[in-house]
Design a protein around this ligand. Structure first.
Ligand code: PEP
Length: 252
């Protein structure tokens, strides 16, 4: 099973800061455990620079969003082909901030996943429940719907190229973390749901945990059976903490 530690920089850093962080990660890339994949998702303006700098290293550059159409009159949007043409290898889609602030639905995110697969990029598909949904014991139903509505139309060979990130919305940027047991319970449920869609292929789909994951809580999370690494926000903005998280991922 693959282990992936991915950093989502969101809308942080200027060009100099972004370059500094990329170079600090590149400098350490060869010292990292062989079994772990490192992915970084800088903002759009820095993707080309990041992709150039990581070329020949073990780091993959991801975008934080894309448009589903191949091209067209979609002012302000970026296509999968554009991303691929500058060396971007992956893309986060369906992050809860995009669902919340940009009204992205499961169906719309599912179309982005399909476009990414057709364009040869690795989709990192985010799902996860709101606090009130967990308190109302709706969390399994919500995540099942997110998975089946966005990914249900893919055949097994397409699904095999998807990475899923479970990010309980109440844990993102809040300092609250799902306990390793809560996270494992949901990851096992996600894997069961994926198995219902794709059979045994599901056993090899990486399922990342995201939500206030830091060096001091990652070991407990990443050691769980169905947790195959992390999607990291705040702790991915500093080289030292992100590299530490990648190293912890490498122990899996
Ligand atoms: C995220 O937004 O994907 C995330 C996990 O953020 P943080 O680690 O800051 O909670």
């Amino acid at each position: 099973m693959r282990t992936i530690v991915a950093g989502n920089w969101k809308m942080h850093k200027d060009r100099t800061e972004a370059l500094d962080l990329v170079m600090a990660l590149v400098a350490e890339a060869e010292t990292l455990p062989a079994g772990v994949e490192m992915v970084i998702a800088p903002p759009y303006p820095f993707l080309a620079m990041a992709a150039e700098r990581v070329r020949g290293t073990r780091i993959t550059v991801a975008a934080q969003n894309c448009h589903e159409a191949k091209q067209g009159a979609y002012t302000g949007e970026v296509s999968v082909a554009m991303l691929g043409s500058i060396g971007v290898g992956a893309c986060i889609v369906g992050h809860s901030e995009r669902r919340q602030y940009f009204n992205e639905t499961d169906a719309a995110v599912g179309r982005k996943v399909k476009a990414l697969l057709e364009g040869g990029l690795m989709p990192i598909y985010c799902c996860g429940e709101l606090l009130e949904e967990r308190q109302g014991e709706q969390h399994f139903a919500v995540v099942e719907r997110q998975i089946t509505e966005a990914l249900g139309a893919l055949d097994a060979s397409a699904l095999a190229r998807v990475v899923v990130a479970y990010e309980p919305v109440w844990a993102i940027g809040t300092g609250l973390t799902a306990s390793p047991e809560q996270a494992q319970e949901m990851h096992a449920f996600i894997r069961k749901t994926l198995r219902g869609l794709a059979g045994d292929v599901a056993d090899a789909i990486p399922i990342l945990y995201g939500g206030s994951c830091k060096p001091d809580n990652a070991a407990g999370l990443f050691s769980q059976q169905d947790i195959n690494g992390g999607l990291i926000g705040g702790a991915a903005l500093e080289a030292a903490s992100f590299l530490e998280l990648v190293r912890i991922g490498g122990r899996k």
